[in-house]
Design a protein around this ligand. Structure first.
Ligand SMILES: CC(C)(COP(=O)(O)OP(=O)(O)OC[C@H]1O[C@@H](n2cnc3c(N)ncnc32)[C@H](O)[C@@H]1OP(=O)(O)O)[C@@H](O)C(=O)NCCC(=O)NCCS
Length: 506
């Protein structure tokens, strides 16, 4: 969420607060390195890497600081332990060490990775019944077409999903968002898993999935996209998570899907990639008032407002909201664009329609905003971009009760196929500046983006500040060599580290 302390428990996808040194970071491109880690960074590293935390706890403070200073930050962010042998600690993951996921030490062994499934699943051997839950609780399958049950999931998440340690912000997924995210083409009711308290019937935990296909390098695989793992605060630390994960895995296996993709702010064995969050203030003063954006040392409120000011009008000729008639053109452009990344989503036309075209309906909030550029002469669609809305509740603030965050979603441009990297950068700078203007017009307060896709080409120049959140990408029951996440070993956006992650997870 918004505070620098939250990424340990959260998904690292909420509007994480930019670091105090936002200004310095933004101008210090590739800089001289981060040998001396700021205390906040150390705190973040430890929250994300529990094995590291326990190692440091047993160490002399000065020695620990010295060791940390000599480590490669990007490695620490992806689970490296401090024992000096570059071993990553599997033993502390009691559940995950039993699962078909790559071990930390697989990568350390430096052997060439043979890409493919880790475990062959024999459908006949998959249990037809779920594991039993502790007394007083029972499994349920949510019927999200029923507004009552959609509301129940919404309430569980709104009260118990990701929030920051200081309880200043909490995700506020709208019911329209959940409808969009969980009823995509081919969705299965069976994969909307809940746990209820037997007596009260209250929904106390969830884990959900939707089917899709991803490409990992040259291989296309059917996967479940896992999301909305959530446990009621009163039922935490009772090892319910492994039971939920095993149950959705069982239900996926029974449907013939043996792989999954998921993301998280915590380090688990073993990320295929890790990206960092960046944030562009659209309403700086509001972000400051709610405690999201700090006032950088030596700056003034007026200077911050001026710095983040955007033009009133977009600059790209032919830019307009995407309509249903653009689906084929966007599908064709996005398919080609996506294949430039090693890990990407293999969309169907139906999915393009579902994920990108806003359909106005009574009682439904707008979730996705998509725009195309139609060449005024040829009427060809040459570019498109999109973002989605994920609000956060601001807790106990006298002036504001929500932060409206736009998250950069998919985009594509024909300029990528001209083999002119300078032209691509120029084009993305102007398209994304227009995206910021569109988001500002749609009353968003902040625009968030990861270091994935081609984002390192524009993040710093368009005044995105470095966030304190990291998002790790995982594949279940699939081994593949890591793909770059757009950051270098100083955890800074790096154009040389692009071409890895092309999939956006909600
Ligand atoms: C994430 C959450 C479900 C974990 O619940 P918990 O009660 O702390 O943990 P449990 O005792 O049930 O289970 C612990 C196991 O789950 C694993 N785990 C914790 N968070 C996880 C995550 N996000 N994804 C997968 N596994 C996770 C732990 O690593 C541990 O396994 P290990 O022994 O192999 O290390 C809970 O904290 C929560 O609902 N948080 C708010 C919402 C949220 O952050 N959801 C995850 C979004 S990615």
């Amino acid at each position: 969420m918004s505070d620098s302390n939250d990424k340990g428990k959260g998904k690292g996808k909420a509007p994480q607060r930019p670091e105090e040194g936002e200004e310095a970071n933004a101008s210090n491109k590739g800089g001289s390195g981060t040998k001396k880690l700021p205390p906040k960074m150390i705190e973040s590293l430890m929250e994300m890497n529990p094995a590291l935390k326990s190692e440091l706890a047993n160490m002399d403070k000065d020695k620990a600081a010295q060791m940390l200073a000599n480590m490669d930050i990007s490695q620490l962010l992806t689970g490296l332990s401090l024992d000096g042998k570059n071993q990553k600690d599997m033993a502390s993951y009691k559940f995950w060490q039993t699962q078909p996921v790559p071990r930390f030490d697989d990568q350390a062994s430096k052997k060439a990775v043979t890409q493919g499934p880790i475990k062959r699943i024999n459908p006949d051997e998959v249990s037809k019944t779920p594991d039993t839950l502790v007394e007083g609780f029972e499994w349920c399958t949510l019927d999200l077409t029923n507004p009552e049950e959609l509301k129940e999931l919404y309430e569980l998440l709104n009260n118990h999903y990701v929030e920051d340690d200081n309880a200043m912000f909490r995700f506020s997924y709208s019911q329209s968002f959940l409808h969009w995210a969980l009823m995509s083409p081919g969705w299965k009711k069976d994969w909307h898993v809940g746990v209820r308290a037997t007596k009260s019937r209250k929904l106390v935990a969830s884990i959900c999935g939707v089917p899709t296909e991803v490409r990992v390098r040259d291989k296309k695989i059917k996967v479940t996209e896992i999301n909305f793992l959530c446990i009621h605060k009163k039922l935490r630390s009772k090892r319910l998570t492994p039971i939920l994960i095993k149950e959705i895995t069982r239900r996926c296996y029974l449907n013939g899907i043996y792989q999954a993709i998921y993301t998280g702010g915590v380090i688990l064995p073993t990320p295929i990639s890790s990206c960092r969050y960046y944030h562009r203030s659209l309403d700086w003063l509001k972000l400051y008032e709610v405690g999201f954006s700090p006032l950088p040392h030596g700056s003034t409120k007026a200077r911050q407002i001026t710095k983040n000011h955007l033009p009133d009008h977009t600059a790209t000729p032919g830019l307009r909201p995407m309509e249903a008639k653009d689906i084929d053109a966007v599908y064709d452009l996005l398919e080609r664009y996506m294949q430039r990344f090693q890990l990407n989503q293999a969309f169907t036309r139906e999915e393009i329609d579902h994920w990108l075209v806003y359909k106005e309906a009574e009682g439904k909030d707008q979730v996705v905003w998509s725009y195309v550029v139609e060449d005024p002469q040829t009427h060809k669609i040459t570019d498109f971009f999109s973002f989605y809305n994920l609000e956060s509740t601001v807790i106990n603030n006298p002036k504001h009760d929500t932060v409206r965050a736009a998250y950069l979603y998919y985009y594509a441009t024909e300029t990528a196929f001209t083999d002119n990297s300078k032209a691509l950068k120029e084009r993305l700078l102007s398209l994304m500046n227009d995206a910021l203007i569109c988001a500002k017009k749609a009353k968003f307060d902040v625009f968030n983006a990861l270091t994935m896709a081609d984002n390192p080409l524009f993040l710093e120049q368009l005044k995105f500040g470095a966030g304190d959140g990291q998002l790790h990408f995982y594949l279940y029951n699939y081994r593949a060599a890591p793909v770059p996440g757009g950051i270098n070993d100083k955890n800074q956006p790096d154009e040389k580290k692009m071409g890895g992650v092309g999939i956006v997870m909600l």
